[in-house]
Design a protein around this ligand. Structure first.
Ligand code: PLP
Length: 379
């Protein structure tokens, strides 16, 4: 029977408790298994709670299989290093999560993996970057922190035409809003630390794709050993039961807040794909099905000091991470993009007054009042 996403969040995956007939998935913390009867070992990605949570996420993304890792970045790194060899070339979207850029810039060179950052919405740039060694095209949409939107379908067809493996970091959208495999993408990565986990209390990652690609990643991945534990796998499975209700509320709150911010005179710019004035709103509308996600970035005008503004907020908390049920806010220029050249940073739009707001599931009007109060106090 085909199931809709919110039903899958509850009922996909899971382990039937035949011993005690409990209703929920039991935890299997065992590291050792009877080798005459089982080849299970946590580092081989084949223990019960890993498989159970991975199956749930694979079904949410419409993928044949999925594999869990100890962090989002472990998913990115293990996928890349499993699929690439020295001499291969990778095309990457220009605006990506800072940790991914750091991984590519520092580690790829050591292994003689070539790469180019490209404006992936520009066909000429894409074609020019392509060479006979190009193996992967890697994108992120919406991107962190400026919520840029990449046309997923057109990247997937570019990849198919040129025999590349297409990979997307789908963390910001979550499977509730966007299922890139249905748009032709080969591998979908999530930092499960974010929306899938959703409570700011677990670090995890996942890669979804075909049986063939996931088995290649598992085969190499067991040599890299960046596994998740059974406990965290269990917590992740439990968290995903509320994924759909959480993200739908975050979509609703974020759109309302983005509209509020874009009307306020002390706000220079609002970055949110759900706003009609977002340059790729039409593309976002086509590929993001339920809503536009819970991340809103905005730039305060020069009359306000961003540190003072953040300190004045009472409900919204200043933290680095994102996608929890609680609202959090951060200054990318002072955290994730601190190490960048300030001029380059400004050119990208990551100015000192830019804030990245991860909208939680509190009442939207309380959040708006919190923002309004901080905007007024900073007169
Ligand atoms: C946080 C994040 C990551 C990295 O995930 P970790 O779980 O912190 O390793 C990757 N991509 C995006 C878009 C993220 O926001």
């Amino acid at each position: 029977m085909s199931k809709k996403l919110s039903t899958k969040c509850i009922h996909s995956g899971g382990i039937v408790d035949d011993n005690f007939h409990g209703n929920i998935t039991p935890i299997y913390p065992s590291i050792t298994y009877d080798y005459l009867k089982s080849d299970a070992y946590p580092r081989y990605f084949n223990t019960p709670n890993q498989l159970s949570a991975a199956k749930k996420i694979a079904e949410l993304e419409g993928a044949e299989d999925a594999v869990l890792f100890g962090s989002g970045l472990a998913s990115v790194a293990t996928s890349m290093f499993s699929l690439l060899s020295s001499g291969d070339h990778v095309i990457l979207q220009k605006s990506l999560y800072g940790g991914t850029i750091n991984l590519v810039n520092t580690e790829f060179k050591k292994f003689k993996i070539e790469f180019d950052y490209v404006d992936v919405s520009n066909n000429n740039e894409l074609e020019n970057a392509l060479n006979s060694k190009t193996k992967i095209i890697y994108i992120e949409s919406p991107s962190n922190p400026l919520l840029s939107i990449t046309d997923i379908k057109s990247i997937a067809s570019f990849a198919k035409k040129n025999n590349l493996i297409s990979i997307i970091d789908n963390t910001f959208a979550s499977p509730v809003n966007q299922n890139p495999i249905s748009l032709g993408i080969d591998l979908v990565i999530h930092s499960a630390t974010k929306y899938l986990g959703g409570h700011s209390d677990i670090l995890a990652g996942v890669v979804c794709g075909s049986n063939d690609l996931i088995s290649v990643i598992k085969k190499s991945g067991l040599n890299f050993g960046s596994n998740i534990s059974e406990y965290i796998s269990w917590l992740l499975e439990r968290s995903i039961k509320t994924l759909s209700v959480r993200v739908l509320q975050q979509n609703y709150n974020a759109l309302k807040i983005a509209n509020f911010l874009s009307r306020h005179k002390k706000i220079n710019k609002v970055y949110y794909p759900g706003l009609e004035k977002h340059p790729k709103h039409d593309v976002a509308k086509l590929q993001m099905t339920a809503g536009f996600g819970g991340m809103v970035s905005f730039e305060l005008n020069d009359s306000i000091d961003s540190d003072k503004f953040v300190k004045t907020l009472k409900i919204i908390q200043p933290t680095m991470s994102l996608a929890g049920v609680e609202s959090t806010i951060t200054s990318p220029a002072k955290t994730s993009h601190k190490k960048m050249d300030p001029e380059d940073r400004d050119k990208m739009g990551i100015t000192k007054n830019l804030l990245r707001f991860s909208v939680g599931i509190e009442d939207a009007d309380d959040l708006i009042n919190d923002l309004l109060n901080a905007l007024e106090i900073n007169e």
